[in-house]
Design a protein around this ligand. Structure first.
Ligand code: ARG
Length: 553
């Protein structure tokens, strides 16, 4: 709808953006308003005068019934009979394709997300990147991109070295006897404990890590075996979430090549060798702290290898969007990485690269036991949510899983990534309010109404609309624009907030406008079409968020 208004304004010689359009506080002021105050200031004129002038220049398309200059605003009134006809026809025809666009046509979007450290099962610290990343992947797919999901495996980190040390010490030659990441967790916990009791072991761990970084074949082979077990465990968790990665690239595989890029940096004078033989990227002149790329012994670091991994993705996909969904604590890491990529001549690639960062998640201190110091596992969070849903609402396992997992996803996804998340179980599992279960419930309500209606193609005619019907049509019509904005800003929370808005608008409609008991058959058919369109649109929202739609709850 906003696009239509912008187009009309443009034809009248006014260039405006979506964000400038306001939604008036009351219906009498129309559906959208363009404020003229900025222009008034610029031209040193009266805002109402400008509004009047714009009003005079506007040529109305049939879908807009009226414009009106009032108090410095140009107000736009839609022709609801027409709008409704168009919107409903479109939704009922496009169904799960409703909201799709060609923004990313024939272009790749590569998303690095989740990427848990392969030392133990996925912990809750990775929950947010997992949910945001998957939702972004779906949103970008809806916008026409060819999406590649990348789970980067940091197999050369401290935690993995601890696990490796533990494996060699306590389980050498053995194989997992249960879900492999949990089997490894036991070893990891044992190893961490041993180190806590005897801090001098730290040196052994460091040494082991260096050997991996040096490329000690024998050790790397064992490491690879362990890490692959871990990934097998991750995949089970991803399966419960309906997530499938295209690639699991290993950090260690970029070790050798990364040194070549360091050489290049040395040659072009953006890196230097220190007196103790380390190599440092010189970033001071770009207002960033300089940073080590190779240690005195020639081993590379996380950043060095990440640069090589980026270049690998660039060469393979030439992506239009290269996205990292990683916590805000790595902000500097990505600033440095992008700067160095620029220095290596990948400016265009860097322009298409984005660090989607996010803040901390604090979980309710409930029954979830942390099996690993203060670390809580994501499977356990889901387990607790599912259990509570069973206690509260249902005995059906399938429904409980969909509702429990959906509630956790929604609670985290709906918050702007820049803000912290904290929640309580009662809050996120409630059937009323801004929750996952509420949205799923709204969907099942549509489904149940449609089940009760006779099964035949709905032919509808649009007559004069009630206020609640208009509101619902307007909400339905906004969906494609929301997807577009979420795509441009890389923000899945827009879709969440929209879905909640749509669900509450539907609830009000349903309260005031009887559907199955509508006064006439024609009205009934029309309202059934509205219900159908709501079900489709809400279903699309849930899909974009990676939350399951349920026919019954
Ligand atoms: N494994 C890292 C962590 O858990 C995230 C890796 C993100 N991806 C990357 N290419 N740096 O913090």
């Amino acid at each position: 709808m906003k696009e239509i208004v912008l187009k009309v304004l443009k034809e009248a010689g006014i260039k405006a953006t979506e964000n400038e359009l306001e939604i008036p506080p009351s219906d009498e002021l129309g559906d959208f308003a363009f404020p003229c105050f900025k222009l008034a200031k610029k031209e040193e004129r009266n805002s109402q005068e400008i509004a009047k002038e714009i009003e005079g220049k506007i040529k109305l398309p049939p879908i807009i019934s009226q414009v009106e200059a009032k108090a410095g605003y140009v107000n736009f009134f839609f022709n609801y009979e027409r709008l409704t006809q168009q919107v409903l026809e479109r939704i009922l025809k496009e169904k799960e394709r409703y909201g799709r666009s060609n923004i990313g046509k024939r272009k790749f979007a590569v998303i690095d997300y989740s990427s848990p450290n392969p030392a133990h099962p996925i912990h809750v610290g990775s929950a947010r990147t997992t949910f945001i990343g998957e939702s972004l992947a779906r949103i970008l797919t809806h916008s026409g991109y060819k999406v590649k999901r990348i789970c980067y495996i940091n197999d050369l980190g401290k935690q993995v070295a601890i696990l490796l040390w533990g494996y060699l010490k306590f389980a050498r030659g053995k194989k997992p006897s249960k879900k492999p990441d949990y089997w490894l967790l036991d070893i990891y916990v044992k190893a961490s404990q041993a180190i806590r009791e005897n801090p001098s072991l730290e040196r052994e761990i460091e040494e082991l890590l260096r050997r991996c970084e040096y490329g000690d074949r024998k050790i790397l082979k064992i490491l690879k075996k362990i890490v692959n077990w871990c990934i097998r465990g991750f995949k089970k968790t991803y399966k419960t979430l309906g997530i499938k990665f295209d690639e699991y690239p290993f950090e260690s595989s970029f070790n050798e090549i990364s040194k070549k890029y360091v050489d290049e940096l040395l040659k072009c004078g953006h890196a230097f060798r220190t007196s103790d033989n380390a190599i440092v990227a010189d970033l001071k002149k770009f207002n960033l702290p300089s940073t080590i790329l190779l240690r005195y012994d020639g081993t590379s670091l996380y950043l060095t290898r990440d640069i090589a991994a980026s270049i690998y993705k660039f060469k393979k996909y030439r992506p239009r969007l290269n996205i990292y969904v990683v916590g805000e604590e790595q902000k500097l890491h990505f600033q440095q990485q992008f700067k160095i990529l620029e220095l290596l001549g990948f400016e265009d690639f860097v322009k298409n690269s984005f660090h989607v960062s996010y803040g901390l998640v604090t979980l309710p201190t409930g029954k979830i036991s942390s099996r690993l110091g203060r670390v809580i596992l994501i499977d356990d969070v889901f387990g607790e949510a599912i259990l509570r849903v069973k206690e509260k609402y249902t005995k059906y396992e399938k429904i409980a899983r969909a509702v429990g997992i959906g509630a956790v996803i929604y609670a985290i996804l709906k918050i702007d990534p820049n803000k912290k998340v904290s929640f309580s179980w009662d809050e996120i599992l409630a059937l009323e309010g801004d929750t996952g279960p509420y949205l799923q419930y709204a969907y099942t309500r549509c489904a149940s109404i449609l089940r009760k209606a006779e099964k035949r193609a709905i032919k509808f005619k649009v007559e004069k609309l009630l206020k609640e019907e208009k509101k619902l049509v307007k909400a339905l019509a906004m969906f494609p624009e929301i997807v577009k904005r979420a795509t441009e800003d890389l923000k899945p929370n827009y879709v969440c907030n929209y879905a909640y808005d749509l669900a509450t608008t539907f609830a009000t409609f349903y309260q005031f406008c009887p559907v199955l008991k509508a006064e006439t058959n024609e009205l009934k058919n029309f309202r059934l079409a509205l219900v159908k369109a709501t079900r489709i649109t809400l279903g699309n929202c849930l899909w974009l968020m990676n939350i399951k739609s349920l026919e019954r709850m």
